[in-house]
Design a protein around this ligand. Structure first.
Ligand SMILES: [Zn+2]
Ligand SMILES: [Zn+2]
Ligand SMILES: [Zn+2]
Ligand SMILES: [Zn+2]
Length: 117
């Protein structure tokens, strides 16, 4: 009799633990990671010929990969086609980076640099 009660207690304990672990799992699923395009800064420097002056830089625009938040869903995967840049270079000339005129927006990830999420 006593043993049975103990087992019930254990069962309740396990159920509570499972719920707790499940809660932890779901909260980590909605957690975010740093944006591949802007490395979490939320800003996207569009001209590699001009060094970025940081905050207030006139060549910086709001990052299109994350909408300026710097964070993307944790389940998001780096786009293989554009290597997370959101654009694909289509010329023999050297790519100048984010604002390159010979780059086309990546169709696979919608120029976000990541897929899924
Ligand atoms: Zn800049
Ligand atoms: Zn970003
Ligand atoms: Zn892409
Ligand atoms: Zn380019």
């Amino acid at each position: 009799m006593r043993n049975k009660r103990f087992r019930l207690k254990m069962l309740v304990c396990i159920v509570v633990w499972c719920l707790f672990a499940g809660l932890l799992c779901t909260s980590s699923a909605v957690a975010s990671q740093r944006c591949f395009k802007c490395c979490g800064s939320g800003l996207w420097h569009t001209d590699n010929k001009v060094p970025c002056s940081g905050k207030g830089c006139s060549y910086c625009i709001k990052c299109t990969g994350c909408g300026g938040s710097g964070q993307i869903p944790d389940s998001a995967k780096r786009c293989e086609t554009c290597k997370g840049l959101g654009q694909v270079h289509n010329s023999k000339k050297i790519c100048t980076g984010a604002g390159c005129s010979n780059c086309n927006p990546c169709k696979i990830c919608n120029a976000k640099g990541w897929v899924g999420g």
